[in-house]
Write a protein that binds this ligand. Structure first.
Ligand SMILES: NC(=O)c1ccc[n+]([C@@H]2O[C@H](COP(=O)([O-])OP(=O)(O)OC[C@H]3O[C@@H](n4cnc5c(N)ncnc54)[C@H](OP(=O)(O)O)[C@@H]3O)[C@@H](O)[C@H]2O)c1
Length: 321
């Protein structure tokens, strides 16, 4: 089967299309013939070699979520899965291929009317947005800031906050055009990446911050929390925050602030799958929007990574075998 591996760490040109043996499902596993493959920010991090110390070596087969049809099941898996259209989490490897392996508990049947591209755009990210807002104890009427809203997590977080009756949904983004697209999805105020806005009515404080970015701007965003404000960091696409960022919390002592990280790894699998199933159904009914930036053939995986590296992607790039 055709697959894409990291031949050399670094630039996207280090990705290589190769021919690999088709996978065989082990006990508790299924094989999915892929129709859509999600390209995530973490794939670029692995490609650059930044996770080499965590066991990700050159030769690694990238990709963590796919949609397609189950073609084979391993020992202990109900044979009725065969032939079903599914979304599947493959871990942090194995997705950039014509056939991918997943544990059956990481597989979810797709509702009619949901495309594979939409499924891999929403599957991993939508649940993160849902549980991050829950972790923040977000309540109707509250003012929310989503930092880094133009990715799949932020796009879902904006919609969930808006439809749950947020008092305001502010977003950070890098251009007016992207801001206009986020307004269509429910954002009420558009800020630049540093959190500033020229608009006189822009909120200057927030009850909740959902942060995909982290980076050097994190302490200023902490300062923007209202009393009893809650900050949930879900990603660090802008790099690590300053090591002493916690001092801002201490300086804001009398505001009773809360800072939390959130990782989907801490959510029980069945809870993640239940939220995903609900979001897939909502997306199929048109109640939750997914934004597919581009669909490219698998052999153009390097171009997908170039677009991510250049900051051109709004939503998610999807590969097709
Ligand atoms: N917590 C979890 O369980 C979990 C699960 C999956 C993934 N993640 C993490 O979530 C992140 C990916 O999420 P995603 O796919 O939604 O994000 P993404 O698409 O990679 O990035 C979101 C937006 O952040 C902005 N951005 C990029 N670089 C920036 C910088 N240097 N400074 C400020 N803004 C910047 C860009 O928008 P603008 O150009 O418009 O500013 C970009 O569109 C990764 O860190 C990944 O590890 C977390």
């Amino acid at each position: 089967m055709k697959a894409v591996v990291i031949r050399a760490f670094g630039a996207p040109a280090g990705l290589e299309v190769v021919d690999l043996p088709a996978p065989v499902p082990g006990p508790g596993q299924v094989v999915v013939a892929t129709e859509a493959i999600g390209v995530g920010g973490v794939d670029a991090v692995i490609r650059r070699g930044a996770l080499a110390a965590h066991g990700f070596r050159e030769g690694h087969l990238l990709g963590s979520e796919v949609a397609g049809t189950v073609t084979a099941v391993g020992e202990g898996v109900d044979s009725s899965w065969t032939g079903r259209r599914v979304w599947a989490f493959t871990g942090l490897s194995g997705g950039y291929a014509e056939q991918a392996v997943a544990r059956v508990e990481d597989v979810l049947a797709l509702p009619d009317g949901l495309s594979g591209a939409d499924a891999v755009t929403l599957g991993g990210s939508g649940a993160v947005a849902h549980f991050a807002l829950r972790k923040a104890h977000f309540a109707p009427g509250e003012t929310v800031l989503v930092r880094g809203a133009a990715g799949s997590i932020g796009i879902t977080a904006v919609q969930l906050a808006a439809r749950s009756g947020a008092g305001a949904v502010a977003v950070t983004t890098s251009s007016e055009e992207r801001g206009a697209r986020l307004r269509e999805l429910g954002a009420t105020h558009v800020l630049d990446r540093s959190g500033r806005s020229g608009a006189p009515d822009a909120p200057t404080g927030f009850d909740v911050v959902i942060d995909v970015v982290g980076g050097p701007g994190l302490p200023d965003a902490l300062d923007a929390l209202h009393a009893d404000g809650r900050y949930v960091l879900v990603g660090v696409v802008g790099g690590q925050p300053p090591e002493d960022f916690g001092m801002r919390l201490v300086h804001g002592f009398r505001k009773s602030l809360t800072f939390a990280t959130f990782s989907a790894d801490t959510v029980p699998g069945p809870d993640l799958q239940a939220v995903r199933a609900e979001q897939f159904a909502e997306a199929a009914r048109g109640e939750l929007r997914t934004v597919v930036h581009d669909v490219l053939p698998l052999d153009r995986a390097a171009d997908a990574h170039r677009a991510m590296d250049a900051g051109e992607v709004f939503g998610r790039v999807v590969l097709t075998p």
